[in-house]
Design a protein around this ligand. Structure first.
Ligand code: ATP
Length: 429
């Protein structure tokens, strides 16, 4: 539109313990800077006077503990200040975790239990602010010199890598409020779907693989063991979703469970975990600033995330279009297909699809517009237990010439021989 051409620089004065909540306009970026005082965005302090540029649609809050003046330049969907926030309760949680990290660090490193820092899992319904709280706890910890591990089990709206994956990465610096977590080299497992119900058993297997890999890393690294982890989860908390939460708590041996904005979930978890005295279940208030996102907005966010992987946040990356012969690509999917023929089953039993069966996929036009993961596996039977190197995007299939055109982060050979396909699609826009 041409109506919003006037310059719109303005200043906002924030009182102590209040925040400026911003939704950037849908077309143009917003510039913002700290003029006086101190302020942070989700746990990361703003540098004084330096302009930060937030992309369209970005939603965030600038919070101040002692007061600050903020300057904004550009158009917003909304911006308003709020003096009722749950930040004091959140930072109190951080203080308790910090104490536990110190205790873990002081203890003899030979005892795997006392030298283990807090393993925090953040749970709650969709749009309760789980990712935001996870980011805050990690950034506050990193600011104090810890290197906690961020584990993201949210395959729908994850923070670490593209949708359809679970991932972990050490957080060594407060998370950049614009760039987020660098997408470079986290530990990633590919589920291939954006909802766990597509194959809940596979989801569990991958969660277990990720937890085992981290456990091995912690065993050899006292520093990261003491720093502990923060685990972000999905907003699906009913039925199978609840079962998957319990599975994650168990797989990662979580000992601090932060429940955002849901009494019922909190009391259910307290009840099932009452025999585990070392596990604390803590209820926390949801922030009034959390923005609800409908299915369409979520779908869009997923698409931007995939775009960002290939092109960068500001189109700063140049992916490469590659062409391969059908015979050069070894594509697998996990799950599906009957486990055994009906004749081999007991009378009356239905042939169940084996959720973790590896199925070789023939190349045809069904693969068009799918995002595939490149596995680090050396042999097909290692595919399920292997993490992945990166992703490719199928842009053309030429059946006659038996050629596949795909987009990859760079030219040249792929970092692995085997590709995994699920139902993750993307329409390049
Ligand atoms: P999901 O349902 O995907 O699991 P979630 O519970 O993790 O969601 P968040 O992603 O943390 O929720 O928050 C949803 C949106 O609200 C995000 O865009 C986030 O930046 C924004 N948000 C969170 N807290 C605030 C706040 N205090 N002020 C403004 N925006 C906020």
């Amino acid at each position: 539109s041409t109506s919003a051409t006037t310059t719109t620089t303005r200043q906002v004065k924030l009182d102590k313990e209040s925040e400026l909540r911003v939704e950037v306009g849908i077309e143009t970026p917003l510039r913002l800077r700290l003029l006086t005082g101190n302020a942070e965005i989700f746990g990361t302090e703003l540098p004084p006077e330096i302009w930060l540029c937030f992309p369209p649609r970005h939603k965030f809050a600038v919070f101040t503990w002692y007061g600050a003046t903020i300057e904004m330049d550009g158009t917003t969907e909304t911006d308003y200040t709020a003096d009722e926030t749950p930040m004091v309760s959140y930072v109190n949680v951080h203080a308790v975790l910090d104490g536990r990290r110190n205790r873990a660090k002081m203890s003899s490193t030979t005892d795997p239990n006392t030298s283990q820092g807090p393993r925090v899992i953040v749970v709650g319904p969709t749009d309760s602010g789980k990712s935001t709280l996870s980011a805050m706890l990690l950034s506050w910890a990193a600011k104090q010199g810890w290197k906690p591990t961020f584990v993201d089990l949210d395959i729908g709206q994850g923070f670490i890598t593209i949708p359809g994956c679970i991932a972990a990465t050490p957080i060594e610096m407060p998370i950049d409020p614009v760039e987020g977590i660098p997408l470079d080299m986290p530990l990633v497992y590919f589920f291939g779907h954006t909802t766990p119900s597509a194959n809940a058993d596979l989801y569990k297997v991958l969660v277990k693989e990720l937890s085992r890999t981290l456990e091995r890393q912690f065993a050899g690294n006292a520093e990261s063991r003491a720093a502990g982890m923060v685990i972000n989860t999905m907003g699906w908390i009913e039925g199978v979703g609840y079962e998957l939460l319990l599975h994650a708590i168990d797989a990662f041996n979580a000992n601090v469970i932060l429940v955002l904005g849901q009494e019922k979930l909190c009391s259910m978890l307290k009840d099932v975990l009452k025999n585990k005295p070392n596990v604390d279940v803590v209820k926390l208030q949801k922030s009034g600033g959390v923005v609800s996102r409908n299915a369409k907005v979520r779908q869009k966010a997923r698409s931007y995330r995939i775009r960002e992987y290939f092109y960068g946040l500001t189109n700063d990356l140049s992916p490469h279009s590659n062409i391969a012969n059908f015979s050069d690509l070894f594509i697998y999917k996990i799950g599906g297909g009957p486990q055994a023929p009906r004749s081999a089953l007991p009378i009356g039993a239905e042939p169940a699809a084996d959720p973790t069966r590896l199925v070789s996929v023939n190349i045809n036009r069904d693969l068009l517009h799918l995002v595939l993961a490149v596995s680090f596996a050396k042999e097909p039977d290692q595919i399920i237990s292997s993490n992945i190197a990166g992703f490719i995007y199928i842009t053309d299939i030429d059946i006659q010439r038996k050629k596949v055109t795909y987009l990859a982060p760079s030219a040249g050979e792929l970092p692995g021989k085997f590709l995994i396909v699920g139902s993750l699609t993307w329409l390049e826009t």
